[in-house]
Design a protein around this ligand. Structure first.
Ligand code: ADP
Ligand code: GLC
Length: 486
């Protein structure tokens, strides 16, 4: 089977999608599934991928210009990787979705339609390996499900995983037609359904998303981003499978980015990580209370404006705050002013820095994840593994992974973090105050750390659930070998 996606770690990463494509494809390989990946040939990918060779060329793919499919050489434990190459669409300086100032590429619809047409060609067997199933990730790949219905096309069953329904690749019906969507697959009017993601939801054989709670939320008008009716129509063909994390990359016992490794049984290294992080970021290391961290895209979704609004109250309960993030200009600015107002208490790094992300997760005591919505969220799972207690809103995958039981309940306490309720500056302040009280009781804090650290967040369980889904899809629809479409 072939994963089609816009990102894969470590070659091209903007957010969690990259971690998922890498982790899931590898875990599936380990479980004996022939799992391979197709992503766009952005320049950093071309530069990093080894042994590239051209396996297919076409002078004009679907009116979108010249295409090449390249195959990369990968390590034995990685899933085989193909790149969809187009000089016009991908040979540019900037990110996968936007230029270096963060302005989205104006031709993003064409760029990702191009990726989908390359996936379609692979489904038709233009390379020497032909997938029996396509696993499409997010809107960037979703159009493939609609293209596969075209005349002379073979049918390869498609699974669409929605990582974030807020991004849909919206286009008018006329625009979608010009991108190659067959007439009988076009929506009847412009709207949420007339988007790459809408078409994917409509035409993929199955629809998955990245947590059970988000699967339910997507079916409500409040969280469905206009797709809720379409998703409800799919009934029990919609499934929520919680993401895993790469437990080799995110392992406090072996992490090469942190000053001192540590384990659940010996947390001394974590204290050393906190001290080193304070020195690195210029935060006073002697203040009492939990050191708070943020590692995130700075967007409305992540609810971090609440941290800014509640800052004074939060800083009365906590020792300090370390923020690593990049994103919306006003949120970036708000954090910079916060750091100016609270020198030695608040430190902000507006950057994308993989190594520093590890040091923040290891060196803080609590990680703030007050998202307005969160399809899955990976950072709270990294935090749990590092004995850093998440402070999270009960939405999407956060609700499925972060627990705080009312203190008066008698049974063994399964709490592993703090739940922000309600989703407001007050709710956040209350959660941080509870964190402070617990922090002042070291054995209770340790118990909560252990609850998180002992859990298995690895990919095996999710990969197995996907494997069962692929098997079911292939049983229902073994695919019809079709002719090769140029
Ligand atoms: P999303 O995909 O919505 O951004 P996730 O929690 O699923 O949220 O994944 C975010 C991923 O991006 C994590 O691997 C996190 O460590 C990483 N990340 C986010 N911001 C930064 C940053 N500024 N520097 C380094 N890594 C970051
Ligand atoms: C999206 C979501 C995030 C999820 C990630 C990987 O970016 O915003 O919640 O963890 O995809 O599935």
């Amino acid at each position: 089977m072939l994963h089609v996606a816009a990102e894969i770690f470590p070659f091209a990463k903007v957010g969690g999608l990259a971690d998922v494509t890498a982790g899931l494809s590898r875990a599936l390989q380990a479980q004996g599934v022939d799992s391979r990946v197709l992503i766009p040939a952005y320049p950093p990918v071309r530069n990093r991928a080894a042994g590239l060779r051209v396996v297919w060329t076409c002078d004009n793919v679907a009116g979108l210009g010249r295409a090449e499919i390249l195959q990369a050489e990968v390590n034995q434990d990685q899933a085989p990787l193909w790149l969809a190459a187009s000089q016009a669409f991908f040979d540019r300086t900037g990110g996968p979705y936007a230029d270096s100032r963060g302005i989205p590429w104006p031709d993003n619809l064409e760029r990702f339609a191009f990726l989908c047409h390359c996936a379609l060609r692979m489904a038709h067997g233009v390379t020497d390996w032909q997938p029996d199933l396509l696993h499409l990730h997010d809107w960037h790949a979703a159009l493939t499900a609609a293209l596969l219905g075209g005349q002379g096309s073979c049918r390869v069953p498609c699974l669409l995983t929605i990582h974030n329904a807020a991004y849909q690749g919206t286009a008018s019906c006329a625009h979608l037609r010009s991108l190659g969507v067959p007439d009988d697959r076009l929506p009847s009017f412009d709207g949420a359904a007339s988007s790459f993601l809408g078409l994917g939801v409509r035409w993929a054989e199955r629809v998955a998303t990245v947590s059970p709670t988000y699967a339910r939320e997507l079916q409500t008008p409040r969280c469905g981003c206009g797709l809720d009716a379409l998703i409800r129509d799919r009934g029990d063909e919609v499934i929520g499978i919680l993401n895993g994390i790469d437990v080799d990359v995110w392992n406090p016992a072996t992490d090469p980015h942190i000053v001192r490794p540590y384990t659940q049984d010996d947390l001394a290294g974590k204290q050393a990580c906190r001290e080193a992080l304070c020195v690195e970021m210029g935060v006073d290391a002697n203040l009492q209370g939990p050191l708070l961290g943020v590692v995130s895209r700075l967007t409305w979704q992540k609810g971090l404006d609440l941290v800014v609004s509640a800052a004074s109250a939060v800083l009365r309960a906590a020792a300090g705050l370390v923020v690593l993030g990049r994103g919306d200009a006003d949120l970036e600015q708000a954090f910079v002013s916060l750091a100016r107002r609270h020198p030695r208490r608040v430190a902000v790094r507006l950057a994308y820095d993989e190594a520093l992300a590890h040091r923040v997760i290891a060196g803080t005591d609590a990680l703030l994840v007050p998202s307005r919505f969160e399809p899955c969220g990976l950072t709270q799972m990294y935090a749990l593994r590092y004995g850093t207690l998440p402070v999270a809103t009960p939405v999407g995958g956060l609700a499925d992974t972060v627990f705080e039981r009312h203190p008066r309940e008698p049974q063994r306490d399964p709490s592993n973090g703090f739940v922000v309720r309600p989703m407001s500056a007050r709710g956040l302040t209350h959660a941080i105050r509870r964190a402070r009280s617990l922090f002042d009781d070291p054995s209770a804090w340790r118990a909560r750390q252990h609850n998180g650290m002992r859990e298995d967040y690895g990919w095996a369980r999710s990969a197995q659930a996907y494997r069962q889904l692929y098997d079911a899809m292939l049983r229902e629809d073994p695919g019809i070998p079709g002719s090769v479409v140029p």
